[in-house]
Every structure is written in C-alpha cells, then in structure tokens.
Design a protein around this ligand. Structure first.
Ligand SMILES: C[S@@+](CC[C@H](N)C(=O)[O-])C[C@H]1O[C@@H](n2cnc3c(N)ncnc32)[C@H](O)[C@@H]1O
Length: 237
C-alpha cells in the first residue's frame, strides 16, 4: 500500500492515560463484578491473566450482540469467563451461548461469576477440544455470532467449522489478529506465524465480508454473505 506521512498521524498510540480516558468517556469501564473477576483471575493465574479480553473489547462484544439481536452464539476459548459474561449480557430472553474450553480449573471460576451475574442459565460450557465441540454442532447455518479466542494454531480449523454455520449476516469475531504486532516480524514465533497464516486464510475467503480493527490485540470481524446465487435456469425467451 502507498504510504503518505501526514496521514500516519491518524494512527493513534494509546498511552495508559488515554486508554483510561477512552474507557471513561466511552462508558466501557468494567463494572464491579467484572473488576472482581479480573482480580480473581490475576490471583488464580497471574502469568496467564493477560488472556482476558480488554475492557473495551468486552464492552464491544455486549454492544454487538445487542446490535445484531443475536440469540445463538458460540465462543471458542472460555478461560475464566469474562468474554462469555459480556456476550451473555447482550442476549435477549431465550438466547444462549455455547462456549468451549479444555480447562476445568479456569472455567470453574467462570461458572462462579456467571451465577453471580444471573446469566448462568444462558451459557452452555463444553469441556474438551473445541474442534470436536464445533463439529458436533448442527451443520446448517444457524449461528448469529461466534467469537474465536483460543489456541492460535487452531484458528483456521475453527474458522472452517464456524463460517458454514453462520446465518447470512451473522458475525464471526476473531481475537488477537495483530498478535502484539508480531504478525509482521520477519521471523515470527510459532503463535504469531499461526495468526498470520490465519489472517491470510481469512483474507482470501469470499464467503464473508470483513474488516480488521486495531482494538486491543487486533480484532477481525467477518460478516457471512448469502451463498452465491446460482444463474437463473433457462426459461422461455
Ligand atoms: C485467550 S484465552 C480465552 C480468554 C477469554 N475469551 C476471556 O476473555 O477471558 C484462551 C482459552 O482457550 C483455551 N483453549 C486452548 N486450546 C483449546 C482447545 N484446543 N480447545 C478448547 N479450548 C482451548 C484455553 O484453555 C484458554 O482458556
């Protein structure tokens, strides 16, 4: 892409103070329950707590669920339940989320907070490899929204299971697609290389319309297009 220096000014680097301003002015500051979930996650797994989605991303998830009127959601990567809680808060009565993880320990904390938030009845937790859980879902297009936020080498497989299950207009969100900026390194690590391979895969998929946002660690949003129309059968001239 051609670069023009004056236009680079539009790309903002967020300082901690500006990030704090963004959360306040955008009304995206986590409420006390979400704050407590972050604290408990930091206490349980200090070296993994960064895996929780950023507060502005959590707020965006709730917003998008409401915007779409989503009722049927799948999440890949539950961890301690923050993003599932944000998704569930956007659901109308009768809506539900299936969320996948392999850790009974981390998701036990999730269950505790879903119960306290009063949304546990909207969330179905499936413990086991996510690819197996996704393959067991009904094959027809029925999902309103899906969110991928798990092991990076699995992303292409999750995408391939989820795209055909999205209803036309349904939304597929994929987290960490800038991977701390490592996706453009000459010799990226294994995870960054997997994310880059996924990005290339998604970029070439004409079943979806997509945008990629520099929010948090990078968020790809893909909207399922209606299946290509077949040419009209030949009729009377
Ligand atoms: C980045 S964390 C998810 C964070 C979560 N969305 C949140 O906001 O708190 C990734 C999760 O994916 C799970 N995971 C890793 N490999 C998996 C697999 N093959 N199947 C299902 N879950 C997996 C991990 O156990 C971890 O909890």
């Amino acid at each position: 892409m051609r670069r023009s220096e004056p236009l680079d000014l539009r790309n903002l680097a967020l300082t901690p103070d500006l990030h704090s301003y963004l959360l306040t002015q955008g009304r995206m500051t986590p409420d006390p329950l979400l704050e407590e979930l972050i604290d408990r996650t930091c206490a349980l797994v200090p070296d993994q707590a960064h895996m929780v989605v950023a507060p502005e991303e959590g707020a965006l998830l709730t917003f998008l669920v409401r915007l779409l009127g989503a009722r049927d959601i799948v999440e890949v990567g539950t961890f301690t339940g923050y993003s599932a809680l944000c998704l569930a808060r956007g659901l109308p009565a009768g809506g539900s989320i299936t969320t996948c993880d392999v850790s009974a320990e981390w998701t036990a904390l999730a269950r505790e907070f879903w119960t306290r938030a009063g949304i546990a009845d909207r969330i179905r937790l499936r413990l086991g490899p996510a690819l197996e859980t996704l393959r067991a879902l009904p094959p027809e297009p029925h999902l309103d929204l899906a969110f991928i936020d798990a092991d990076k080498p699995g992303y292409i497989g999750y995408w391939e299971e989820l795209v055909p299950r999205l209803r036309p207009g349904g939304l597929l969100l994929v987290d960490n697609t800038l991977f701390s900026g490592q996706v453009i390194e000459d010799e990226p690590g294994e995870k960054a290389a997997a994310v880059h391979a996924f990005n290339e895969h998604a970029r070439r998929d004409d079943r979806v319309q997509m945008v990629m946002l520099p929010i948090a660690d990078g968020l790809t949003m893909a909207r399922r297009l209606p299946p290509a129309r077949l040419p009209a059968p030949p009729g009377p001239a």
